[in-house]
Design a binder for this molecule. Structure first.
Ligand code: CS2
Length: 506
């Protein structure tokens, strides 16, 4: 079958026709597993141009990495770095992928022997890669002892985490500390615990969380963690939208295999991590796979959190309210493109230290415009009550402290308040996925149509705004102003007004 596909491909038949062929003949599509990968390797040897396969011997050694938070991002980012290291012959980097709660992905990967296909799309075209780094999967909520045993296994050297902002709490700490306690009791060496979540000082936060929990349990354990385990701060970057059925049919058209876990991403990726490893030799290993190892990650982390994630949140909220489905649809609107360029150039860049910020900004704008990603605004808008403080509010506070205007971010914050009505400007309802969702939505509904009342009620949430902002008259009056404009004329017209005002004031 695969030979037939390759023949079609080379003979100029479009992927689209091959996709249709598979849709008509699903029975001819092979299930995906190590055995079918081996067949594919044999039939394509020497002919890989747009399809890259894991040609190393998989499952030779026990997993060296326990990853918490198995999802699309890990599979298209850290797991692909580990795949490169495995392909270089370093067998220590295969992964036990732990989903924290949801069982679907872990259970779909298991019969596929952990294998999945990633479509990498850029202006230069598309390519596909089958990733072999994930050796096994499990679910922490269902099999906690498996995770604890894996953390305490002699082969384990690293724990990586993509558990999202909201998971940095007692439950995560308890799981990690149980595993580390078992490791300590077994007399094994320490680990590198690398948080890959979009938090500032993510390593420091994780370290504090673990040490606080360990201290409660056993002071000797806390001392061992502090002395033997490391928690490097890091910045991770790659845009990885949630997988859709289209990724599955696209991948099948190329591989002839039915991959229930296929996903897509962009060609850009970055992992900048502090030189702080339980095994110092890991710095060279990671660097050989394209990771940037630095002494201070802060300039990279702040630039990414503000310029990429901060813009993302603003774009997503505007798009959600205006009824624009994807990030690319949003930045194709000239006023939204202007807003993002202005937010980065005029507001964020002056306070950032990453080298060559204008080039970084231009690359970000091009990445946002990538039409192949189909990155849904509602995916990014989820958990905004946790993302806004990390992505926007440091900048707002710095600007208020130096007497500067807060305009672009006051506008974006007003859009968030409008977003909380859970209905776009065409009257289409949407779900708000946020730990504070019910409270936020109830407050927005209660004050519907009353800008000042909405601002007052929603600013009274210290977990989002802290204590100083709600009491700042400049901040509250600009929020009132923009929410009133958005309510009266809609986001697009209010945005044109902002653009006209900012252009004349310069
Ligand atoms: C996004 C991030 O969903 C979101 O909040 O801003 O997932 C973003 O795509 C990644 O951080 C890119 O590296």
């Amino acid at each position: 079958m695969r030979i037939v596909v390759y023949h079609y491909w080379w003979s100029g038949l479009s992927r689209c026709s091959i996709k249709l062929f598979f849709l008509e003949h699903p029975d001819l599509m092979h299930a995906f597993s190590q055995a079918s990968l081996d067949e594919l390797k044999a039939s394509t040897r020497g002919h890989e141009t747009r399809l890259q396969l894991p040609r190393y011997e998989r499952q030779r050694a026990a997993a060296g990495v326990v990853h918490l938070g198995l999802g699309a991002f890990h599979r298209a980012h850290q797991a692909m770095v580990f795949d490169t290291l495995l392909a270089q012959g370093d067998a220590r980097w295969s992964v036990l992928g732990v989903a924290m709660r949801s069982t679907a992905l872990a259970d779909a990967l298991e019969p596929q022997d952990g294998l999945y296909t990633v479509q990498v799309a850029s202006a230069a075209g598309r390519r596909w890669q089958i990733v072999g780094a994930v050796q096994k999967t499990c679910v922490a909520a269902r099999e906690p002892q498996l995770v604890i045993d894996a953390i305490a296994a002699p082969s384990t050297r690293w724990i990586t985490l993509t558990v999202t902002e909201k998971a940095y709490g007692p439950e995560l700490a308890a799981l990690l500390v149980k595993g580390l306690a078992a490791r300590h009791a077994a007399g094994l060496g320490g680990l590198t615990l690398a948080s890959c979540d979009n938090l500032s000082g993510n390593g420091h936060k994780l370290r504090q969380l673990c040490l606080d929990a360990a201290q409660h349990k056993d002071a000797a354990l806390a001392a061992w963690i502090s002395a033997r385990c490391t928690f490097p701060n890091s910045m991770v970057d790659r845009i990885v939208p949630a997988a859709t059925p289209l990724h599955r049919t696209d991948a099948a058209a190329v591989t002839g295999l039915d991959d229930a876990c296929a996903l897509g991403t962009e060609s850009f990726w970055e992992w900048v991590i502090e030189r702080d490893f339980a095994d110092p030799l890991d710095a060279a290993a990671l660097a050989s796979a394209g990771v940037t190892v630095v002494d201070d990650v802060l300039p990279f982390e702040q630039a990414k959190l503000c310029m990429l994630n901060g813009s993302h949140t603003a774009i997503a909220l505007m798009g959600a309210v205006m009824g624009l489905p994807t990030v690319a649809d949003c930045v194709a609107q000239p006023d939204i493109h202007w807003f993002v360029h202005q937010l980065m150039t005029g507001v964020m860049m002056p306070q950032l230290r990453r080298p060559d910020l204008p080039a970084y900004r231009d690359a970000l704008l091009a990445r946002f415009a990538n039409p192949d990603l189909r990155h849904k605004v509602h995916q990014i808008a989820s958990d905004s009550s946790l993302k806004i403080p990390l992505r926007w509010l440091g900048t707002v506070q710095a600007r208020l402290a130096s007497g500067q205007a807060v305009e672009p971010l006051a506008f974006a914050s007003a859009v968030w308040l409008r977003y909380l009505l859970a209905e776009d400007e065409q009257g289409q309802a949407y779900a708000i996925s946020d730990p504070l969702g019910e409270t936020l939505q109830a407050l927005a509904q209660q004050h519907r149509g009353d800008a000042a009342g909405t601002v007052q009620a929603l600013l009274a949430l210290p977990s989002v705004w802290g204590d100083a902002l709600p009491a700042n008259p400049q901040w509250t009056s600009r929020l009132n102003f923009w929410l009133e404009r958005i309510q009266s004329v809609g986001v697009a017209a209010a945005l044109s007004q902002l653009r006209a005002a900012e252009t004349t004031s310069r």
